[in-house]
Write a protein that binds this ligand. Structure first.
Ligand code: PLP
Length: 384
């Protein structure tokens, strides 16, 4: 039984809110009573706070404030962008990977049902799950006179694999395709200047970088004429109705603002833990394979393991939880039923493997890793 305080190694799923960020959020909750759509003093005050947060976020991401829209989540932002690309921009070729986040994969599947003339191209991926850029170019060259959207994420949330989105952006530019990137896992962790990547759309979510849950952003490049997903009171320049969550928006700006402070030290610490994990897994769990050999093509916060696909796997993952080690076993709980993720099905199972993801924070300690390794070694012993 669990002898220690639970060890949280699931920071790719969500991060706790930073104290400094929480303070800002509480202060805005306490001090700001107005609705930014009201024209009286309190409304104007709220509007000013909202627009200051928007300008700060825009400045940090290298975009114009007018290109950013606040949403309830990155899921909403991804849905909106894909929907709008097909409905409003006339996209009839959508190129993406089967390993994208469900908010992409499921939306694409829904759009396929709605638009019978929509051609979806599911890209082949390499041994690490990165979309193959040669395959992308081949498709782009065959559809080049048509309206095309490429949607590829920056870092895969289950594998950690990074996609060279600057190269994708350059290809899209060459072939005149729109480019959308789900940058949820990398915003706040890597310097991000949108123009460098040639993106037309990208999305973010505050709870992945020590901000509050339930607030996201959609970037839509100026001049791209899309219509709203939500209709109503005309907030967000009539593009996303619904009263803005000003405390959460201000907190998201604060979280993004403080992310670069001490980033090199935080990153070094997490990279050292990542390498330590790799060493310890090799020593203690010879039946497990680390997906990545080095950090060059992998997010330094995500450590993915492949384990043998044995019937006892799921029970062992459950035991890890009982023993107080919170990691992700490639299953998601949606509507009360636990299901293997599509990444587990498409990427690991064809190779006779099952995934285990440990994801790190700058707060993670070596001691926590040691306990996690000792527990994994014990609960998975009979699998190897
Ligand atoms: N995209 C990626 C890559 C994610 O990891 C997540 C969250 O798990 C999302 C999108 C959805 O973000 P949100 O929780 O804001 O809906």
């Amino acid at each position: 039984m669990n002898q220690h305080k639970p060890i949280y190694l699931d920071y790719a799923a969500t991060t706790p809110i930073d104290e400094e960020v929480l303070e800002v959020m509480n202060e805005v909750y306490r001090e700001t009573v107005g609705n930014p759509s009201s024209i009286h003093y309190e409304g104007r005050k709220a509007r000013d706070i909202l627009e200051r947060a928007r300008r700060r976020i825009a400045q940090m991401l290298g975009v114009a404030a007018g290109e950013l829209y606040f949403t309830s989540s990155a899921t909403e932002a991804n849905n909106w962008i894909l929907y709008a690309a097909v409905r409003d921009l006339g996209v009839r070729h959508l190129i993406t990977s089967p390993l994208e986040h469900p908010s992409i994969v499921q939306t694409v599947r829904f759009l396929q049902q709605q638009y019978s003339d929509l051609n979806v191209h599911w890209l082949a991926f390499d041994d690490w799950g990165a979309p193959r850029l040669d395959a992308l170019e081949e498709i782009l060259s065959t559809v080049k006179d048509q309206t095309v959207l490429v949607s590829l994420m920056h870092a895969n949330n289950e594998l950690g694999t990074l996609t060279d989105i600057a190269a994708v952006g350059a290809l899209c530019k060459d072939y005149g395709a729109y480019f959308h990137s789900d940058t949820v896992q990398t915003l706040g962790y890597y310097p991000f200047e949108a123009p460098q990547y040639g993106v037309d759309f990208f999305v973010g979510s505050a709870h992945k970088f020590y901000g509050p849950k339930g607030i996201g952003i959609a970037y839509i490049r100026k001049g791209i004429a899309v219509r709203p997903l939500l209709h109503g009171g005309g907030q967000e320049r009539s593009m996303r109705s619904g009263t803005e969550h000003i405390p959460a928006i201000t907190a998201m700006a604060k979280a993004l603002d403080i992310a670069p402070a001490h980033r090199p030290e935080k990153r070094r610490h997490m990279e050292q833990l990542w390498q330590y994990l790799q060493r310890r897994v090799d020593e203690a769990m010879p039946f497990a394979r680390c997906l990545h050999e080095d950090l060059q093509r992998c997010h330094y916060k995500i450590f993915a393991l492949a384990l043998p696909d044995e019937p006892e796997f799921e029970l062992a993952v459950l035991r890890l939880d009982v023993e107080g080690v919170c990691v992700s076993g490639g299953s998601a709980c949606s509507s009360g039923a636990e299901q293997q993720t599509h990444v587990s099905k498409h990427f690991f199972q064809p190779k006779g493997k099952r995934p285990l993801r440990l994801s790190l924070s700058h707060r993670t300690t070596r001691e926590e890793i040691d306990v996690a390794i000792e527990t994994m070694q014990r609960v998975f012993a009979h699998i190897g």
